[in-house]
Design a protein. Sequence first.
Length: 450
Amino acid sequence: MTAFTVALVLVVAAAGLLRWRRPAWYWLAFGVTLAALRVLVRYRSIMDACGLTVPPARWRLSLARATNRPIPEPRPPRIRRLRPTRTGLVLRLKLRPGQDVFDIAAASDRLRHSFSMFGVNSREVRSGVVEVRITGYDVLKRVQMPAEKETRTMRVPVALREDGSVHYRDYRAIPHALTLGATESGKSVYQRNLVAGLAPLDVALVGIDCKQGVELFPLARRFSALADSPDTAAELLDALVARMADVYRLIRTQQRITVDVPDAEIAADIWDLPDELRPTPVVVLVDEVAELALYATKEEERRRDRIITALVRLAQLGRAAGIYLEICGQRFGSELGKGITMLRAQLTGRTAHRLNDETSANMAFGDIAPDAVLAAIQIPAELRGLAIAGDASGGWHRIRAPHTSLRQAVNLCNRYADRTPDLPELAPFRPITGTATELVPSAKASPATA
């Protein structure tokens, strides 16, 4: 008995230590089993307490009365599947007649407290079926990306969502995006993760960094073109517009619209072209868009109009030509001048890190996801890297990118420097780099996102 007591105390102490220092290990060792039992045992009573049950069918009531049996209890949604994950549990529920997916979403906070879990999120899988993701611990406190990630063309993992799933930047689904964030909010780390995800792919990277290149020029070996001033940026954007026109002419000549070609093979963008004819897709990263829109003289105003016009044209027409925009900045509103709101309307993806005022949050989400505005202004200053990501569908998520130091990003870009394509239109803007240098081992990264 004494040995059993000692062993039990050691197990409890180990579980408490893991829960404090390594919540992910605690969840895999103890938490997932306890949580699954708690959900299965208390499911009916919790759903009833949260108002997620429906009265029994009339035929069941009639049958109970006719046979003098007890009145059937209200019925909760039926559990079709319970799947444990590395961060929590995934429940797939079949809704009862009269229930709606918004009922589950509205009760998510009550379910979180009732199940004694960290978070509850829901989404509709199909009509009548809802997937509820239960998070066992704060996955955004120490971001650990899963080892296995989905691979798809022009789709890169950049962050972790609060429900434990991976947040992807999918250029085929969302061609252009806007990223906002105040100083020291983690915007640069998010951008580094984006470059790190794109580096191994067959894609051309184009950078515009008007802070004299301090953010993007260390990664120059993986960039096909870089600009460090508004004057150079204007010429670079004009070259991209010319490339876009050339790509459209190529698509037009290769559309294959004769009567003997099936409709599914008719080309309307670069992804419909054969592999040997498909132009290299281009991702344009603008580090601080306000520097391109500000002016003090008439000459700078003409340059500014030229830049904004080129960006608007690329945002409106660049998707089919394989040109995608990543616009970053601290603010992005009408005070930057004419054409800015037109450009913002074309940027479907929105990501907002910590912002200094509610107006900036409205710039990001006011026109697509008003509910995300409040979440964006509530990001604490000590959680650098925490952000709100949304799109034109109205949905939004809390995300946090894993910490990636500048040295780690430089090493990765140097490793994949041989994948940097030479584009004739962008040759004058190709950064001048020396011979390949040996990769410098990076220091151990802090778990907190900078």
